[in-house]
Design a protein around this ligand. Structure first.
Ligand code: HDE
Length: 691
């Protein structure tokens, strides 16, 4: 590569004489000048004949494909699934036969409501879709991080999505459910109440994709080689443990780093800290289905883990970032219809509608039926069929036969194989043709109540605050009160807390339930995030706010202790050039203080020299760093020189067990303290009740 050469216009140009690095047109013709179009004279009009410019701009004009109608914003990662327990007794799916075998995967995480360019920390359900490239074809498990769904029948999906997305007249609000249209629809659809409990909980503001569960949601079937079928629900259990942020933090993260989740995933994988999930199955039979309180075909219901334990059969490891976001993350096409022999659908009306929708939407998004030829969608096992031609056909069989049966023998192409071919479970079906909802789908409040009583007090407070925030964004009182009338059916405490938060003094009549709720379902610990914390700081990030002259031994001790825990350490400093520590060594900064607010860290340390501590105390971003960390119940370690800043941030006279004065000997203990992730006791002191 030649050094930068000044072109005729005086602009820098990079040129080469190396044939292999020579820029070409899409037709392969070498390009001499990619900076200037072909003109009649230096100041004359551009000539239409300029094929280099026309080709470049033509391609640019066509660079976008339609974004997904839901789940537009997402992030994809490669990985593999390793089977840890074979289940041939339950399923003849090839992927479930041989312990230790690794199957390549591609997983895309997403938010639902926001457009492609929206922010990551919207309060929203997260998609968790995995494509398994099995040796007997692709299996797509297209799930969410919440095990239930808003509606029971696919025919309502366009209405649900229209209600949550921007209003058609004004084009806002975007990427959020805190508005009249959404709560209008929800409060008129009581079947949605249970899912909104999950959505208003901290599950909908995960700290990272790495720290959330995944669920297949629907009941599927596993079918073994003898054709025997069991029902199954699929679960992903994160080995990193569960963790969410708090709402005020989420709002600020969206401003500080709208790409917080995708950056987190990229950084973790880049650093070799590969996230893992165990695949769990809840398996049950017809007898259980018949005796269960709810209909197993109703996607607004869970099956509590206490009733049917989750059996772990394999591990997903995400270990490679994409090379090209568009080619992989944008073009990946998940379809619920992509199942393999040994797995089958059930009559869940939501699932059946999805089986139409996904194929339909991919055809629109990717432009034709050959989207399976795109490398990210192509199976990694042999493919032989007679489907051919169409837009952008990349896999074009040879030979004269493109039909069957044919009599061309060996040259006649592939043949059916009943032995290993897909066989649907031979379920008996009959019925009167009718548009109706089964009576067994009529209970809408019982599991919402079970969810409520399974939460810790902290989580209940967050949940009630979630409803309060969202309903407070509804400008119409009738919508707020209609929703409240449903919450009153869930639990008296929830109704009362939200009513108080909204400032409602006269309670509405509770909504009339279609079926009387069951009020004695037992709590289920599996439904709580805080009861399932990791008790480790691994995979989390410490924000180390340093000034010039900060104690070098302390900094080194902290770095060593947190890295030994498997955590990341980021240095924040008054200037991006970094700091010179007490022993004269330098530390580069990862963030300047106003670009690295405490909301992007899990715990923080303040280590200054005396002189710098006084100056920093007057700096507003530094004050926010502390007051936010304090308000978000984070652990804060500080050296004496940080006292002026603690005072200025209003934290000095509210010292608690989560604020730790630290010296070089305290680093290891601070890591241990941080394993609790948050000091929730602090939060009780400054919640809504104060208003
Ligand atoms: Fe989807 N959903 N969905 N959905 N969904 C789509 O497919 C649809 C539902 C889910 O990362 C679309 O490729 C209908 C439940 C994920 O690419 C579309 C119904 C669950 C993703 C579609 C549902 C999901 C989608 C839009 C009601 C959890 C992102 C673009 C019957 C079990 C996949 C696309 C990715 C995407 C339709 C309900 C999960 C339009 C009709 C329930 C994770 O086909």
């Amino acid at each position: 590569m030649k050094e930068i050469d000044l072109g005729k216009g005086g602009e820098p140009r990079q040129q080469t004489t190396d044939r292999d690095r020579t820029m070409t047109t899409a037709q392969g013709g070498p390009i001499a000048d990619d900076q200037n179009s072909l003109k009649a004279g230096p100041r004359g009009p551009v000539l239409l004949e300029d094929h280099v410019m026309r080709e470049k701009i033509f391609h640019f004009d066509h660079e976008r494909i339609p974004e997904r109608v839901v789940h537009a914003r997402g992030y994809g990662v490669h990985g593999h699934f390793e089977l840890t327990e074979a289940i041939p007794d339950l399923s003849c799916a090839d992927i479930f036969q041989r312990v230790g075998e690794k199957t390549p995967t591609f997983t895309r995480f997403s938010t639902v409501a926001g457009n492609k360019g929206s922010f990551d920390l919207a309060r929203d359900v997260r998609g968790f879709a995995t494509k398994f490239y099995t040796q007997e074809g692709n299996w797509d498990l297209v799930g969410n991080n919440i095990p239930v769904f808003f509606i029971q029948d696919a025919i309502k999906f366009p209405d649900l999505v229209h209600s949550v997305k921007e209003a058609p007249d004004r084009g806002f609000p975007q990427a959020q459910s805190a508005h009249d249209n959404f709560w209008d629809f929800i409060s008129l659809s009581p079947e949605a109440v249970h899912t909104t409990m999950w959505q208003m909980s901290d599950r909908a503001i995960p700290r990272s994709f790495r720290f959330m569960e995944g669920f297949g949601v629907h009941t599927f079937r596993l079918v073994n080689a003898d054709g025997k079928s069991h029902y199954v629900k699929f679960h992903w259990k994160p080995r990193q443990g569960l963790q969410s942020v708090v709402w005020n933090e989420a709002v600020k993260i969206n401003g500080a780093d709208p790409d917080f989740h995708r950056r987190d995933m990229w950084d973790a994988i880049d650093a070799g800290d590969f996230p893992q999930w165990d695949l769990g199955i809840q398996v049950f039979d017809d007898d259980f289905a018949d005796s269960f309180e709810f209909d197993i075909l109703d996607a607004t219901k869970i099956i509590p883990e206490e009733q049917v334990p989750v059996r772990l059969i394999g591990t997903l490891t995400l270990d490679a970032n994409v090379d090209n976001f568009f080619a992989e993350t944008e073009q990946v096409a998940f379809c619920t219809q992509n199942i393999v022999r040994g797995i089958d659908h059930t009559n869940d009306p939501l699932l059946q509608g999805r089986n139409f929708s996904y194929l339909d939407t991919q055809t629109k998004r990717l432009g034709g039926p050959n989207f399976t030829h795109i490398p990210i969608n192509a199976p990694k096992c042999p493919i032989h069929h007679f489907q051919q031609d169409g837009h952008m056909a990349m896999m074009n069989p040879k030979g004269r036969a493109n039909y069957e049966p044919n009599s061309w023998g060996e040259d006649g192409g592939p043949r059916e194989n009943p032995e290993i071919g897909f066989a649907s479970h031979p379920e008996q079906v009959s019925g009167t043709k009718q548009r109706t909802r089964s009576e067994t789908f009529a209970d809408h409040y019982s599991q919402a109540r079970q969810f409520w009583i399974s939460q810790t007090e902290v989580e209940q407070r967050h949940l009630a605050a979630g409803y309060t925030f969202e309903l407070s964004k509804c400008q119409h009182e009738r919508i707020r009160l209609r929703m409240l009338s449903h919450l009153m059916n869930v639990h008296d405490d929830l109704g009362a807390m939200v009513a108080k938060g909204l400032g409602v003094s006269e309670m509405p009549e509770p909504a009339t339930p279609a079926r009387a709720p069951i009020t004695d379902l037992p709590p289920s610990d599996a439904l709580s995030i805080l009861k399932n914390g990791p008790d480790s700081f691994a995979g989390r990030k410490l924000g180390l706010y340093l000034s010039d002259g900060a104690d070098a031994d302390l900094v080194t001790a902290l770095e060593e202790a947190f890295r030994a825990e498997g955590a990341m350490v980021a240095i924040v400093a008054p200037h991006i050039q970094g700091v010179t520590l007490s022993d004269g060594t330098k530390r580069a900064a990862d963030e300047k203080i106003d670009g690295g607010p405490s909301v992007v860290f899990d715990a923080v340390v303040l280590a200054f020299s005396d002189e710098a501590g006084k100056r920093i105390a007057t700096d507003k971003p530094s004050q926010d760093f502390v007051s936010d960390a304090f308000a978000h119940a984070k652990f804060i370690a500080w050296t004496g020189a940080a006292m002026p800043l603690l005072k200025a941030a209003g934290a000095a006279d509210r010292m608690d067990g989560g604020m730790i004065e630290i010296d070089r000997d305290g680093a290891v203990d601070f890591v241990k303290t941080c394993r609790k992730l948050r000091f929730w006791e602090r939060e009780a002191g400054h919640c809504q009740d104060a208003l």
